[in-house]
Ligand binder design. Sequence first.
Ligand SMILES: [Zn+2]
Length: 372
Amino acid sequence: MIKLLLLPAILLLFFSCASSTLNEHAPEIKKPMYAPDYDNGDSIFINVKIAIDEKGWNSKTPEYFKAELKKQWDQINFRFNNSDKKKQLKRKYRFNPDIDDIVVYSGCSYWGENGANTKVINKMDKNIFKLVVVYDFFYEGAEAGEYGGGCGNDDGIGTILVINASDGMKNKYNDHFGVYTYRAITHELGHFRGLIDLYAEVIEAENNPVSHEKFMPPHCLMNDFCYTPDAESYWSDYAIKIINKVGNQKKADLIDRMMYEDFPDKMLVSVKKDGNPVAATVKLFPAEYDEKKWSSVIREVPFNTYQLTDGTYNVADLRKLFFVSESLWNRRHVFLAEATVGTEKKYQWISDYLMHDCGLDGKKIYELSFSF
Ligand SMILES: [Zn+2]
């Protein structure tokens, strides 16, 4: 099963293409001996299988791509490690692009049976490579479907697609060696290490008709710091906890499975007035994605209402509140919680990442507290 975590802006693109046969004219390149990904106690070494579309490959020399890829992956490695500004990562990370055996593919770049990801995975040693990065230098149009760049997962193999599918760049050579691309790829490597898109949980004040306040997850490469310069970018504490926990693992459904397993079991809602428990009503207003606005909005109809007769309420199965079905991918991400005591109202945000963060700290109960 493939799930896509799309990039914000720059590489979020759509495309289509024609045939789907492997390029039989790709140059023969001697493949170096590779060890599987490993952790030596100081650093984690991760092999990266690189693929390039045939038209792109033929438009430059192999030497050009090798030199640019080497430079780009040095930039990526620097950014990935340098974004640990508080020195909390337990390991350094070294992503090694296999520039001596680049796979050249023809046909579509999208994920799926005829997609470049499948073609490349079929050609590589899955014991050695757990990460594929597909570069499409010629966007060919969205006529045959809509497919975007980003990070997917093929039964435990991470697949990143680098493509610029803006209409203006159709059938032209798209340079993927600029500053935004290496930053975008570093964001995608965050997904590869188990991180969700925090930017997807932002609620703008104008999309919150209940309290008119904005919800902003922490600064992070997975949020608003995706494209900022290296000196200003960092991983949030939440992201660091996950990267450290994942270590050198790679398996199917890593992101959602980890979140589900580390989720707190319960949520204890409490309301106090002047320091004492007080009867209150607590409503949870859900955030839902609005396709017309291209962003999440708070709905004015509460998803749940809790009556707190003695100032507390125990949400016994917290996972059920957030995880919609057995497909852990399908989640409610954010709620605005409103407590009412008499005529007074107070607000708090709760979200899947806040719950997960609490669980990663070893807490089984999330405390949602209001003070009047
Ligand atoms: Zn993303």
